[in-house]
Write a protein that binds this ligand. Structure first.
Ligand code: ZN
Length: 187
């Protein structure tokens, strides 16, 4: 009963429709493919600008062109901001500069690790960052030796497949704890 009363109070608190509040709201929008990290943790939200009294323009950069999650993210971000009181909410998508896994925040990397996904290492110098249609499986070969198991921290790991549950991830196995794990590929 008390919990209900509290959550009702929280819901009825009127927020000022500031850019800071919009960022706060966007931090609650999770990535559909990795639902432990928000679209802000991933660096997908590039900019939030006010438009008129209650409107917003949100600039998004999808992780890669044709990522099936992109449409869901746009709908979810719009609905969540609208529910928080912003209107109208306009989304702008930009591909320049192209998204890179280097934009994943330190907090996002911690969340991935705790979820059992090895976070991406830094994108290598000279690796081409033009518009990509799919993360390239090849690239994870280059960092094969440096990957630590997100569960036990052992470096004794091997890659089983260039693709995991989504094209963004590769499937690995830890020889120390015998557990398979996914790796969010740097790209
Ligand atoms: Zn392990």
């Amino acid at each position: 009963m008390i919990a209900n009363a509290e959550s009702e109070t929280v819901l009825t608190v009127a927020h000022e429709l500031t850019v800071a509040f919009a960022w706060e709201v966007l931090h609650t929008v999770l990535d559909p493919e990795v639902p432990v990290v928000s679209i802000c943790d991933l660096g997908i939200v590039r900019d939030v600008l006010t438009q008129g009294e209650r409107g917003l323009n949100v600039v998004l950069t999808p992780t890669y062109s044709g990522c099936p999650a992109t449409e869901m993210i746009a709908v979810e971000a719009t609905n969540t901001l609208t529910a928080a009181g912003f209107t109208p909410v306009n989304l702008t998508t930009t591909h320049a500069p192209a998204w890179t896994s280097d934009w994943i925040s330190a907090e996002g990397r911690d969340k991935l690790r705790r979820y059992g996904i090895a976070p991406p290492g830094p994108v290598q110098q000279g690796q081409d960052i033009v518009l990509r249609y799919m993360p390239q499986g090849k690239q994870s070969n280059q960092i094969a030796a440096a990957l630590d198991c997100p569960r036990c921290g052992s470096n004794n790991t091997e890659r089983l497949s260039a693709f995991g549950s989504t094209a963004c991830k590769a499937l690995w196995r830890c020889m120390a704890c015998k557990e398979p794990f996914e790796h969010f590929k740097p790209f």
